[in-house]
Ligand binder design. Sequence first.
Ligand code: ZN
Length: 296
Amino acid sequence: MRRVFCLACVALFPFFAAVGAEGEPLKALIVDGQNNHNWKATTPLLKKALEACGRFVVDVATTPQDKTKMAEFKPDFAKYAVIVSNYNGDMWPKDTCKTFEDYMNNGGGLVIVHAADNSFPQWAEYNKMIGLGGWGGRNEKSGPMIRWRDGQIVRDTKPGGGGGHGANHEYCIDTRVADHPIMAGLPEKWKHTSDELYSTLRGPAENMTVLATAFADKAKGGTGEHEPALFTIAYGKGRVFHTIMGHDDKSTKCVGFVCTLQRGTEWAATGKVTIPKPESFPTAEKSVVWEPPAGK
Ligand code: ZN
């Protein structure tokens, strides 16, 4: 009987089915296929990271590698409670962009991982969704840099290019909104495994909440600023979680990255967080490597 009832739900309320009942796994879709990063190594880790907590079932939509075949890329976004972007590449077809904007405006969820914020510099709505982005010709016309100075957010409109980082290194994440559901119970400061620390990102930065920053030490080639590291954006009725972390397989295998990815993805999908902090969570002194479960 239950099965019949569920099938009826799917038919009548496709979006409700995507979000699911309390405690039911959430349907997530990772988008990849082009990236100046090794997406073939990181997508399986992102998938495992989400599935490991039992809160998600994850599909992957891979774009064509060849620009001339991009018209074929038409995922059914509305089937999913949340879309996780591991994509940095050619523009999607116009219809797909419009479908995605509609999905977000109607209450969809989006998670931006690392170089996904390099994508689509010319797509205005995408830039509103991600809040901040880097490279691709981004500059002061794209919007301000967001700084954490003297205990508050500053919008820095100084001219210059958007996007930069020093050499990979371990760095600390500083929580700035401790009572946000994604951050609740996490340490005020914790050490991330070796990664790029994105700096001077620029964008509209509208309806954005900076959950955590990371200090980009000049000694490591950084800006000497506290750069936004984890943030959320309200877009239409939709929710976006953006993490600058996740450059490669090493930086993805971090207990702190995995926990904030899981929680941020759940929040983007539902507006709530039920995923607990793991006991092995890193401290201010020590990063902790995440061991993915064996198998696919
Ligand atoms: Zn990178």
